[in-house]
Design a protein around this ligand. Sequence first.
Ligand SMILES: [Zn+2]
Length: 190
Amino acid sequence: MGKNKDAGFDKKHNDEKRPRKTRNKIIAIAIIAAIVATLVVALSKLDNTKADNTVLIDGIECDTTEYVTFHVHAHLDIFVDSHPLTVPAFIGIENNNHCLYWLHTHSTDGVIHIESPKERGFTLGQFFDIWQSTSKGMPPNDQDPIIYVNGKVVTTSLKDTPLYAHDEITLVYGNPPINMPSFYQFPEGE
Ligand SMILES: [Zn+2]
């Protein structure tokens, strides 16, 4: 008898508890949903690729992320009176704003990294404009270089020489070098 009473009590107790459990579950789900929604909003703000306080250079953005969607490389050699001029590292990389222009250099190897959110054309002139705004050590700007692409002279100017993947671009100011580069051995995968 006593057992039956207990069982009856437990049953009643459980019957009362069930709706409360369900309500608690709904409240818990609502709280989790609210937290998730807040996180999504916060993350979407963090994920904003546009850096604040940066200027467009020739329409090229300085973004907080590097892109893999379109990521190719060209190589630049510069000779001034037959002497090589080092292309500086970190052209197009703004430390203050933690951003990278779509055209930039990571080291002094002369590799121009071309990375943008979508595939499009870029020119040497745009790279020079970014160089001018973000770094130093540019070649003389009072003379036009002779431009070689993959060892052959081209008739385009700095402004309209396109940058294609794996191009070896050589700029010659004054006397030419003894050995004119005609290609650059990019590291595997670059
Ligand atoms: Zn790269």
